[in-house]
Design a protein around this ligand. Structure first.
Ligand code: COA
Length: 246
């Protein structure tokens, strides 16, 4: 099992990404397991908050590129797209604790979390265009909302890695801590959140998210279609092969 669920303890349900030998790259099976962990958390009356984290020095290298090459997601029901919708529509609050590589979806999922805490050696990266691909998870809508057009274009198109300070400056994360302290800090915040009046927290999340839901849903669905097309393109096939044959 590369997706491990813990709890809930004190109202916090933890989801750990655990595939260190491949830098926590996410396969179809892992997306299925992530979705079922989210569904379990959403339905469990004891769970008030979901906390997602990876290894101390690697959150995730993003989509498994071998998986993408062998088995590109072509329909709306592909496990990756089902997971994106499950996370974007979760009514319970989500806290993310991130350090090390947070590539592709490892960065874009921050835009769907409610609180995000990082270690100070976190390395976010959105290498979609470099790989011949396009943004996913409504990041073509959400990142420009945070950062403005030119910064979003830089992050989404030039695709260079960026650190915790940039992420904090654009409002993508709440705070960063020493590598040894970030997970404990995130767990504390998750516990604090779980102790608040549950219905008020969920109603507030809904009020905030309802304002942008239509645009997020449209963006995810258009991006998914273009992303699937791009995966079949000669540009993307060449870039994926380059990585896989390093
Ligand atoms: N898909 C599949 N396998 C991946 C992967 C990915 N996204 N990222 C890393 N791996 C694998 C490597 O192939 C390697 O496997 P091997 O030991 O069998 O050869 C192993 O994980 C370790 O990766 P490595 O590149 O040696 O680690 P690193 O610490 O030098 O670099 C990263 C870490 C994350 C910076 C680098 O692996 C990377 O850039 N990965 C691709 C990220 C990416 O483009 N993701 C897609 C976003 S849409």
């Amino acid at each position: 099992m590369n997706i491990v669920s813990h709890g809930p303890t004190d109202g916090v349900f933890e989801i750990e990404i655990d595939r260190p030998e491949k830098k926590n790259a996410l396969t179809e099976t892992m997306y299925r397991d992530l979705t079922s962990a989210l569904v379990t958390a959403e339905q469990d009356p004891q769970t008030r908050v979901v906390l997602i984290y990876g290894q101390p020095f690697c959150f995730t290298a993003g989509n498994d590129l071998q998986d993408f090459f062998d088995n590109p997601p072509t329909s709306d029901n592909a496990p990756v797209f089902v997971f994106l919708r499950a996370m974007a529509s979760l009514t319970k609050p989500i806290v993310c604790a991130i350090n090390g590589a947070a590539v592709g979806i490892g960065t874009t999922l921050c835009c769907h979390a409610d609180l995000v805490y990082c270690g100070d050696t976190v390395k976010f990266q959105l290498p979609f265009a470099r790989l011949g691909l396009v943004p996913e998870f409504a990041s073509s809508y959400l990142i420009p909302r945070l950062a403005g057009h030119v910064k979003a274009f830089e992050l989404l198109v030039l695709g260079e890695p960026f650190g915790a300070q940039t992420a904090l400056d654009i409002g993508m994360i709440n705070a960063f801590f020493d590598d040894e302290a970030y997970l404990t800090a995130a767990k504390q915040k998750a516990k604090q959140l779980a102790a608040l009046p549950e219905e008020a927290v969920r109603a507030t999340k809904k009020l905030i998210k309802d304002n942008i839901k239509k645009n997020v849903d449209t963006s995810m669905s258009v991006e998914s279609r273009v992303f699937s097309e791009r995966l079949q393109s000669p540009e993307a096939k060449e870039k994926l092969s380059q990585f896989l044959n390093r």
